[in-house]
Design a protein around this ligand. Structure first.
Ligand SMILES: [Zn+2]
Ligand SMILES: [Zn+2]
Length: 977
């Protein structure tokens, strides 16, 4: 082909041109009243013939000759034919035509065709998507478009061309997640996009924004974009500015929303640009009314996107303070009150007057579709604000107060409506729901300013009807478990009811009333009912965060948000329970009521709460269960790692330090655990480590003795140690005060919070024992053993803790012993091996890193997921898999059953997603004589047995193994597989 392209023989070109027109003429129709010819032909064979002729003709020109006379003359005819064929959407021909379109160098042809192709792809029906992807994949369309974009340099082709190509690619990425990896993994394209996005041309900027936001649908892609994401984010924020054209603003807002899909990525973005991002968001939200009195269509779409972006308030972070700084209350109020400027807030003499104004405002029903965003945003802000945030408000208090009043009013209307709440009226239903949630978050806000305001307003509105309303809430809730049903009668009404109880329980007079009406027992029954029927109960919210179709197509996002989204009903009932328990235990008056059935109810309550705390519910319910349990003397969370460390604490022979008390008693501890969990208990010289290179000299194991001051209460200290090791402790009320003092002194934050019975912070995760801290340079001098993998030759091995260049990992005997009986026995056996400071572990380096992770986190790391895994080649996948097989084999020897089960789970799930690995895994497992694993892998190979046999892959295996797979295949087909 090179000769025809470069050779450019005129006769050859003429022949191809002649053939082209021969083909094209089969489809030209002259439209009678117009001069223009039209190309249309529905015959598939002719279409195919035409596409091939076009391709052959264009192929014979190189880039340099693309302004050849013959091309110029035929360009518009070619484009007409291609556009028609693309629009006709016959599968076989569209694929062919798409390839031609992508490879065309001639601008005049490629532009209209790219537009047509984009149109075709956008309108592909969901049922056809698989087929179309096969066509795109066969033609390597994504690779070609990426190649085209990569070659873009300004001047050579027009900005328009770049825009169309970018649009095409972002459409493909939007619809087909498989295509995203090829794009974000192409670092030179990413570098190119970054430099283009810095150019002032708005067309180029919008095009790159579109590409970025399609990429950000992939979690791995978003994370990649955010590493060194400053130039991109700066450009994005500058596009949000009001001086930018409308479409640029919309695209900027959309990109920011997508990057904020997950908590971790959102924080990454916020760490780079929190203030400018929030400033742009709040400005857009609050400035629309300045431009003109009326809201135009354009402005409405802008406001919707801005509100969606402002939902980043659902996560904790430093952006919250900027929302207040740029006066979010004012901006939100402008979306609630028509003619917001004319509303004067300082004149109200009483709450009553303010409520009547708020009533008028709500009845006007201004911008109803934005209302639920407003409640969500202000709710999240209230939940996450700092205790001392009042000073930041500076003059915004009146507006905030008015918003609180409006939210409370909307909420109490929903409560009063009761059975009349209509789930089918989506707008008013989602308003009811989000206002309820917002009021709940206001009442439970760390800011006394917001929470007391919400409580006062709520009890004022409830007024004389209060008890009657509460009565119907309690009755409704008691009906659910007693009805024998497995599903909720009415999702919205249940939400409003539970939120109502949670809010009113925080107001003393209503708490007494609810307690008298058996509210505590009823809530408890509801919790038990929920536990039994959890799987039948869907999401608590039918419009959680309004998502467009695009957001449903996300991939590779590990959404960590589980505080209130999951098990929200349970969370609300626990919030109410917490208030009731607090009320009945604190107030003398009600102690009697509660004590009537104290033992019976208390046992039931504690059992239920312990179950919730230790199960796999969202963090919110688990935190609140633990919070209520702290009223009964149980503090903290029990987890496997904690139990393991507790074993080490009770085993004196593991220890390297002894605390001596003045009464003659003593307790043995481990320095490394104290260094991680309670460093103030260590003698000062042990706490920190200054030298960067640690000594690998064999050190004699000695037990250091520390004399404690006579002021230290022995029992309290033992309890503190117990909590430090296990993350959990049970304390009698007599020791409480002394333990509190000690915890404060030792800066044990989590314990102190629980001892003081402070409510858990909204969104905070379950506290962990942060053992990996022991492997950081600061604490590495406590390491007393080095693990050496089988692999000794690794180019470029660098240890960040010492200068040795052969692969190794630093570790601690006590932590290894706590997770492995075999090692515990080995270390104290007195055998020669037990004194060595190096331990050979028969696994690869990759396996060793995973093993160490298991010892320090009680969690086996997963292999790369999603797009990353799918795009790894077989060899790389096998390398990953091999690490797990090695650990599996090690666990037989080291007798670690839990870890073995974890390994088996990972290996089988890998085989699930890549059956082609089964044969190699069988071989590998057989070489380690792990027959259980061999059988499991054979089951995975069974469905593709015939395929494997025909391809000859089975020939490499021993007959015995082949027989095993055949047997599995026979069983598979007998079971109707
Ligand atoms: Zn992905
Ligand atoms: Zn090292």
């Amino acid at each position: 082909m090179a000769t025809s392209k470069g050779g450019n023989t005129t006769t050859h070109i003429n022949t191809l041109h002649h053939r082209l027109y021969h083909a094209l003429n089969l489809g030209f129709r002259r439209v009678c009243d117009e001069k223009e010819k039209k190309w249309e032909c529905t015959d598939i064979e002719i279409q195919r013939h035409v596409v091939k002729s076009i391709s052959a003709f264009l192929d014979c020109f190189s880039k340099g000759t693309s302004n050849h006379r013959l091309i110029k003359d035929s360009v518009s005819d070619i484009a007409k034919a291609l556009v028609f064929i693309l629009g006709y959407k016959n599968r076989a021909v569209v694929g062919l035509a798409a390839n031609v379109v992508i490879s065309i160098q001639q601008l005049e042809v490629s532009l209209p065709c790219a537009v047509a192709l984009n149109g075709v792809l956008l309108n592909v029906r969901e049922t056809k998507e698989k087929d179309v992807w096969r066509v795109l994949e066969d033609g390597k369309v994504v690779v070609s478009v990426v190649g085209n974009l990569q070659n873009f340099s300004e001047g050579s082709v027009s900005v328009e061309w770049f825009q169309e190509m970018a649009l095409l690619l972002s459409t493909v990425m939007l619809k087909w997640p498989q295509s995203r990896y090829i794009v974000w993994n192409n670092s030179s394209l990413m570098v190119m996009l970054e430099s283009i996005s810095q150019k002032p041309d708005m067309g180029l900027r919008v095009a790159t924004l579109k590409l970025y936001s399609s990429l950000a649908l992939c979690g791995h892609g978003a994370s990649e974009l955010l590493d060194n994401g400053k130039p991109m984010l700066d450009m994005m924020i500058s596009c949000m500015d009001e001086s930018s054209p409308h479409n640029a603003r919309i695209e900027g807002l959309k990109l920011a929303q997508r990057l904020a899909t997950g908590n971790r990525e959102c924080l990454k973005m916020i760490n780079i640009c929190s203030e400018p991002l929030v400033k742009a968001t709040v400005r857009t939200m609050g400035k629309w009314f300045l431009s003109s009195g009326k809201l135009e269509q354009d402005q409405m779409s802008l406001l919707v996107e801005t509100c969606k972006l402002a939902l980043i308030t659902r996560w904790e972070g430093k952006h919250h303070i900027y929302f207040w700084k740029y006066r979010i209350s004012e901006a939100l109020l402008s979306l609630v009150v028509e003619n917001f400027r004319s509303l004067s807030l300082d004149g109200y003499a009483s709450l009553e007057e303010e409520i009547s104004v708020a009533e008028k405002v709500l009845n006007a029903n201004f911008l109803p579709s934005l209302r639920s965003y407003v409640w969500d945003i202000i709710g999240f802000l209230a939940a996450h604000c700092e205790e001392e945030f009042d000073s930041i408000l500076r003059g915004d208090e009146l507006r905030l107060n008015f918003l609180v009043t409006c939210a409370c009013l909307t909420f109490s209307r929903s409560v009063q409506k009761g059975y009349q709440i209509c789930q089918n009226d989506i707008i008013s239903a989602s308003q009811s729901e989000s206002a309820s949630r917002a009021v709940l978050m206001m009442i439970y806000s760390p800011s006394e300013f917001i929470s007391s305001r919400a409580r006062v307003t709520l009890s004022f509105i409830l007024g004389e009807d209060g008890e009657q309303n509460l009565n119907s809430l309690v009755n409704f809730l008691s009906y659910i478990p007693s009805s024998g049903s497995f599903v909720l009668p009415n999702v919205l009404q249940t939400t409003v009811c539970l939120v109502g109880l949670a809010c009113y329980s925080s107001i003393p007079q209503y708490a007494s009333f609810i307690l008298r009406k058996q509210g505590l027992e009823i809530l408890l029954s509801f919790c038990s009912w929920y536990q039994r029927n959890r799987n039948n109960i869907g999401a608590s919210s039918f419009t959680p965060y309004p998502q467009s179709i695009a957001e449903k197509r996300i991939c590779c996002w590990a959404c960590m948000e589980d505080w209130d989204n999951k098990d929200a009903f349970l969370l609300y009932s626990l919030l109410a329970l917490a208030e009731l328990v607090n009320h009945s235990l604190n107030e003398q008056n009600h102690a009697e009521e509660f004590s009537l059935k104290r033992e019976k109810v208390k046992d039931r309550l504690c059992n239920t709460l312990q179950e919730i705390r230790d199960a796999t519910y969202g963090s919110g319910p688990r935190w609140y269960a633990a919070h209520i349990l702290s009223y009964f003397g149980y503090y903290g969370f029990q987890h496997k790692l904690g139990k393991r460390l507790m074993g080490a604490y009770e085993d004196e022979k593991c220890s390297d330090m002894r605390l001596l008390f003045s009464n003659g008693n003593s307790v043995s501890v481990n320095k490394i655990i104290l260094a991680v969990r309670c460093p103030t208990l260590l003698p000062p010289e042990e706490g920190t480590h200054n030298g960067s290179i640690i000594s690998t000299e064999k050190s004699q194991r000695t037990v250091q003795e520390i004399r404690m001051s006579a002021n230290v209460d022995t029992l309290a200290l033992v309890k503190l140690l117990e909590f430090s090791y296990s993350g959990y402790v049970e304390v009698e009320s007599t020791t409480l005060k002394k333990l509190k003092t000690l915890a404060r002194h030792c800066k044990s934050k989590v314990l102190l919070q629980m001892l003081c019975r402070r409510r858990p912070k909204w969104g905070s995760s379950i506290p962990r024992i942060d053992l990996p801290l022991a492997l950081t340079p600061k604490l590495i001098h406590f390491s007393d053993i080095i693990l050496v993998p089988q692999e000794t030759n690794m180019a470029s091995f660098n240890c960040r803790l010492c200068s040795s260049t052969s692969p190794h990992a630093h570790s601690h005997r006590v932590i290894l012993s706590s997770g492995c009986e075999y090692l515990r026995a080995l270390f104290r056996s007195g055998m020669q091996e037990s004194h060595l400071d190096r331990l050979n572990v028969p696994v690869s380096w990759l396996g060793l890193t995973k093993l160490v992770n298991w010892f320090y986190c009680d969690e086996l790391p997963n292999p790369p997921s999603g797009c990353k895994w799918n795009n790894m080649d077989t060899e790389a996948k096998l390398h990953e898999l091999q690490a797990y097989v090695e650990i599996y084999s090690l666990t037989e020897w080291w007798i670690m059953e839990d870890l073995q089960n974890d390994c088996a789970r990972v290996i089988l799930s890998c085989l699930e997603s890549a059956r082609e690995l089964s044969i190699k895994t069988i071989e590998l497992a057989a070489s380690f004589s792990m027959w259980k694993l061999v059988e499991a892998a054979a089951d995975h190979a069974a469905p593709i047995y015939h395929q494997l046999r025909d391809s000859g892959e089975l020939d490499e295996l021993d007959d015995e193994l082949v027989n095993l797979i055949r047997t599995a295949a026979v069983q598979f087909s007998q079971q109707g597989g």
